[in-house]
Design a protein around this ligand. Structure first.
Ligand code: BMA
Length: 314
């Protein structure tokens, strides 16, 4: 009998695939990248880069194969702009990229670290050179947000993670214009007690549209005597009513196991913010921050993930 857990996501043997040593200018760490596949097949990562003030900005890295040969912008691609956007006072972090066909633009939803704490900010871009900022769309404390690629029931839809007295849970909100958000609905609650995802969960990469529903990879945070452990779990949501959870895995499917995930500025963290889907429509390349230090890659199959979820229904 095989007593190993199934490996739904396989680490790339070249992990970590990007570190501060690869950067064209001095930085402390690079992690938690947003990701997208450009029309010409180039993999684009929008990396969170932390400088030696402790503040983050976002910089683009491009690669033909999504693994190596990265061409990194020689300067910050999207620096914080606290003069014009005071909510970006202490930097910008953890971008999630969604291509929006209706706008012919990429929506970049990121954390703006304001003097009142982290909130959710949105910028639009056609080319990752010029960005149109829409400012803060969810006030503190809120983060781990991503836009859906198209309207649902006529409205734009977004997942985000406000913090309340009962914990940090995932919510859906809707907007007619990307600026004004309402119809807030609880989408997925952190579990309680001894669970791996007790008290604090959040979206990782943007939701993945599948025939079975919106596939969401979320992170759960376990507080232990020696600090937090960030692991990943799976949930599936209704295509028309995405706050409606259809399935949720009991077990985590990916967690810090390798030294580059266990040791760093923040130990025991795997933190994806983006993926690309290969031309086969099934292979998912998940890009994640490891221990708040470097960028790593793990690959899986959407079909295998959905099958595993069916077998592991609550
Ligand atoms: C979360 C976010 C991430 C970070 C993680 C671990 O709250 O701030 O940016 O990777 O903590 O430190």
């Amino acid at each position: 009998m095989n007593n190993q857990h199934p490996q739904l996501f396989l680490r790339h043997r070249h992990n970590p695939i990007l570190t501060s040593a690869d950067w064209p200018y001095p930085v402390h760490s690079v992690f938690n990248p947003g990701a997208t596949l450009l029309r010409d097949g180039t993999t684009l990562l929008l990396c969170r880069v932390e400088d030696r003030r402790g503040h983050s900005h976002l910089t683009v890295a491009r690669s033909a194969n999504g693994v190596d040969g990265w061409k990194i912008d020689p300067q910050p691609t999207l620096p914080a702009d606290p003069e014009n956007f005071p909510e970006e006072l202490w930097g910008i972090e953890d971008p999630r990229i969604t291509y929006v066909p209706e706008l012919k633009k990429y929506a970049v939803v990121y954390t703006a670290f304001s003097s009142s704490g982290p909130g959710v900010a949105l910028a639009l871009t056609e080319d990752f050179h010029v960005f149109e900022r829409l400012g803060m769309i969810m006030p503190p404390e809120d983060k781990d947000a991503a836009l859906f690629p198209h309207r649902i029931g006529g409205h734009w839809a977004m997942i985000h993670r406000p913090v309340s007295a009962t914990g940090a849970h995932m919510w859906m909100s809707y907007s007619p214009d990307l600026r004004h958000w309402g119809s807030h609905k609880l989408m997925l609650a952190a579990r309680r007690g001894g669970w791996w995802d007790a008290n604090k969960i959040g979206l990782t990469a943007p939701p993945i549209e599948t025939p079975d529903g919106w596939l969401v990879i979320y992170h759960g945070v376990r507080q232990t005597a020696s600090g937090a452990i960030y692991r990943l779990g799976l949930a599936l949501f209704d295509l028309q009513t995405p706050e409606l959870c259809l399935q949720r895995s009991d077990e985590w499917v990916f967690g810090p196991e390798e030294p580059y995930e266990q040791f760093g500025d923040v130990e025991n963290v795997v933190f994806p913010c983006g993926y690309t889907i290969a031309p086969d429509g099934d292979t998912i390349n998940l890009y994640y921050g490891a221990a708040d230090m470097s960028i790593a890659l793990a690959t899986g199959s959407i079909k295998a993930v959905l099958e595993w979820m069916k077998e592991h229904q609550e």
